[in-house]
Design a protein around this ligand. Structure first.
Ligand code: ATP
Length: 246
C-alpha cells in the first residue's frame, strides 16, 4: 500500500493541463493544449510571436478564464480560483514586463511578495533576497520605476521568491535586457530550479531556453506542435529551422 502511494506521488504531475482552449472574443489563442510539469522540472515553452505562450501562462495562473479544459495543480482542479488563491498554494507568476509597482520602493515591492504569508520568516527571507541581489540591497529605498530593466527583473524575481513558490511561471524574463543581464537572469532561473522549485519558462530566446531546460513544449498558432526532452528538441531540424536560425 505504502509503495503504491509513493509511486503515485512520484508519477503524478505537479501541474497538468488538459484540452485547454482559450479565446479572446473571436480570437482562438490556445487550442486543445495538453501539458504536464513534474515537481522540480525546468520546462521551457517556446514559440513565435502570438503563438499563445502568454495566454497559456495567464490561464494557468488564474488571470484568464479558459473556454474549456482543465488545469490541475498538486492533483486538484484550480478552475475559478483567482491568482491570489493560487499564490497561496505556491503557484506564482512573474509576468511579461515584470509587473513591479513603479511608485513603490524596492523594499515595499519585496514586501508585497510576502503579502499572503503569515509565518515568522519574512524578515530573514527578505535578508536572503538582499544577500542574493546586492544591487537591490544598495538601492532598497529607491523607487522601483527608476531601476534599469535588468534590476526590475531581479526585483520581480526576488518578490516572486518571497511568495515561496513551488511552481514559478516566468514570462519572457530576459526580454529587452542587455546581454550581461540576460546571463544574470538565466543564472537566477537555474538557481531557483536547483532549489527544487518547478519552473515553466516562456522565452523568445529559444536556444537559451532549450539549453537550460529538462523538457520543452513548442507552440505554433495556439497549438502544441512538438514536445520532448530539451536536448532532443535542440537537435530537431524542424526546431532548428523555425526557432534557432539554422
Ligand atoms: P509574444 O511572444 O509576442 O508575447 P505569445 O506567444 O505570448 O506572443 P499571446 O500573447 O498569448 O502570444 O497571444 C496569442 C494570440 O492572442 C495572439 O494572436 C494575440 O494577438 C491574441 N491576444 C493576446 N492578448 C489578447 C487580448 N487581450 N485581446 C485580444 N487578442 C489577444
Amino acid at each position: 500500500m505504502s509503495v503504491s502511494i509513493e509511486v503515485d506521488e512520484l508519477t503524478e504531475p505537479q501541474l497538468s493541463v488538459r484540452q485547454l482552449h482559450v479565446a479572446y472574443g473571436g480570437i482562438q489563442a490556445v487550442k486543445n493544449l495538453n501539458l504536464d510539469l513534474y515537481a522540480g522540472e525546468l520546462v521551457s515553452l517556446i514559440g513565435a510571436n502570438g503563438a499563445g505562450k502568454t495566454t497559456t501562462l495567464k490561464a494557468i495562473c488564474g488571470l484568464l478564464a479558459p473556454q474549456s479544459g482543465e488545469v490541475r495543480f498538486n492533483g486538484h482542479p484550480i478552475a475559478g480560483q483567482g491568482p491570489w488563491a493560487l499564490v497561496e498554494q505556491g503557484l506564482v507568476m512573474v509576468p511579461e514586463g515584470r509587473g513591479i509597482f513603479a511608485r513603490m520602493s524596492i523594499d515595499e515591492n519585496l514586501r508585497m511578495g510576502c503579502y499572503l504569508r503569515k509565518d515568522k520568516d519574512i524578515e530573514s527571507d527578505i535578508d536572503t533576497v538582499y544577500r542574493r541581489f546586492p544591487r537591490l540591497k544598495e538601492r532598497h529605498r529607491q523607487l522601483a520605476g527608476t531601476l534599469s530593466g535588468g534590476e526590475q527583473q531581479l526585483l520581480a524575481m526576488g518578490r516572486a521568491l518571497l511568495a515561496k513558490p513551488r511552481l514559478l511561471l516566468l514570462d519572457e524574463p530576459t526580454m529587452g535586457l542587455a546581454p550581461i543581464m540576460v546571463d544574470q537572469i538565466f543564472e537566477v532561473v537555474r538557481e531557483v530550479s536547483s532549489m527544487g522549485v518547478t519552473v515553466l519558462l516562456v522565452e523568445q530566446n529559444a536556444l537559451r531556453a532549450l539549453e537550460m531546460a529538462d523538457r520543452a513544449y513548442v507552440l505554433d498558432s495556439g497549438e502544441l506542435v512538438l514536445s520532448g526532452p530539451a536536448k532532443e528538441l535542440l537537435d530537431n531540424p524542424q526546431v532548428q529551422a523555425a526557432y534557432l536560425g539554422a
